[in-house]
Design a protein around this ligand. Structure first.
Ligand code: F6P
Ligand code: MN
Length: 310
């Protein structure tokens, strides 16, 4: 892809034009754009919380919604107003919420503010979105048409895939998402690893896998936020993020619908892989909205390697 974007103008291509050049269908294009814009509102909310960190109090003495709850509210309202979304499933809701009239095309999954507990440490946090054309209790591979995530860090970036590659945009000072990397492609192998879970709780196979990576000189990169930790593997073009099965929680920690499927969709589109150690994340059947799964996600070599140890 990229035809029509000359090298000279490549870096100023904004999100709407890019999706149009990608051939993304109109409604999906509008939906992705709307979600990206919502990221700006969520970011404003995060900045508001600075006031609390700086010791300001709400002058009305009102109970403030937590940041993840208010991000969820913002996102749900925006999606409802878009007119393209039939159902909304969010990490912040107990069940799937019907937000459309019933004729809309898309079903959305959301982790509205992943890593929200990291705000006070000023580490990056993010929003993760899956876009499905079929009801979400299915296999990601059968129902997903797009995914995106937004990182709120020193820069605000948005990475999306609508099934033809993964592309990174950065929010500029004028408040537009401008193309920063088109067709992010993973190398066959990388040099960083990002392992969740305490070693004392991990299985022997997983520990041997970590020891293998360490003996090969992989560098540790783990902030405790899935979005930035995943983003580092993607943007550096290689390595692996894992949150494994633990002895006491064989399905690990991360949620299949809200966290893993969207990132797996993007990673595959970038030429990498995502498995639970054996099967592809996108092949797993989802039966519960809060279903969890172990995950190995990153470049092909490291993800395939995990299989040998497990
Ligand atoms: O949403 C769950 C989450 O906060 C992820 O963002 C992150 O990858 C993980 O949990 C961190 O878990 P732990 O604190 O066990 O390392
Ligand atoms: Mn999360």
């Amino acid at each position: 892809m990229g035809e029509g974007i000359s090298d000279y103008t490549r870096y100023i291509v904004d999100l709407r034009r890019h999706m149009w050049l990608e051939g993304v269908e109109t409604e999906l294009r509008r939906l992705i754009w709307q979600i990206a814009v919502t990221g700006k509102y969520i970011s404003a909310k995060i900045h508001e919380s600075n006031r609390k960190l700086a010791g300001f109090r709400n002058i009305y003495g009102e109970e403030q919604l937590s940041l993840d709850r208010s991000s969820d509210e913002i996102l749900k309202n925006q999606l409802q107003n878009s007119g393209f979304v039939r159902e909304y499933a969010s990490e912040e809701q107990d069940s799937v919420v019907q937000i459309g009239k019933g004729h809309e095309k898309y079903y959305i999954t959301a982790d509205p503010l992943d890593g929200s507990s990291l705000v006070d440490t000023n580490l990056a946090i993010g929003t993760i979105i899956g876009i499905h054309r079929e009801p979400i209790l299915s296999r990601g591979r059968d129902s997903m048409v797009a995914a995106l995530y937004i990182t709120y860090g020193p820069l605000i970036t948005m990475i999306y895939s609508a099934g033809t590659g993964a592309h990174e945009f950065v929010l500029n000072r004028e408040g537009e998402y401008v193309l920063s990397q088109e067709n992010v492609r993973m190398d066959e192998r990388g040099s960083i690893y990002s392992p969740g879970g305490l070693r004392k709780d991990c299985t022997d196979g997983h520990i041997k896998y970590l020891e293998y990576l360490e003996s090969e000189g992989y560098k540790l990169r783990y902030s405790g936020g899935f979005v930035p930790d995943f983003n580092q593997v993607l943007i550096k073009r290689g390595g692996v993020f894992t949150y494994p099965a633990l002895k006491k929680s064989p399905n690990g920690k991360l949620r299949l619908l809200f966290e893993l499927q969207p990132m797996a969709f993007i990673m595959e589109q970038a030429g990498g892989m995502a498995t639970n150690g054996k099967e592809d994340i996108l092949s797993l059947k989802v039966t519960e909205i809060d279903q969890r799964s172990p995950v190995y996600i990153g470049s092909r070599f490291e993800v395939e390697k995990a299989r040998e140890f497990l």
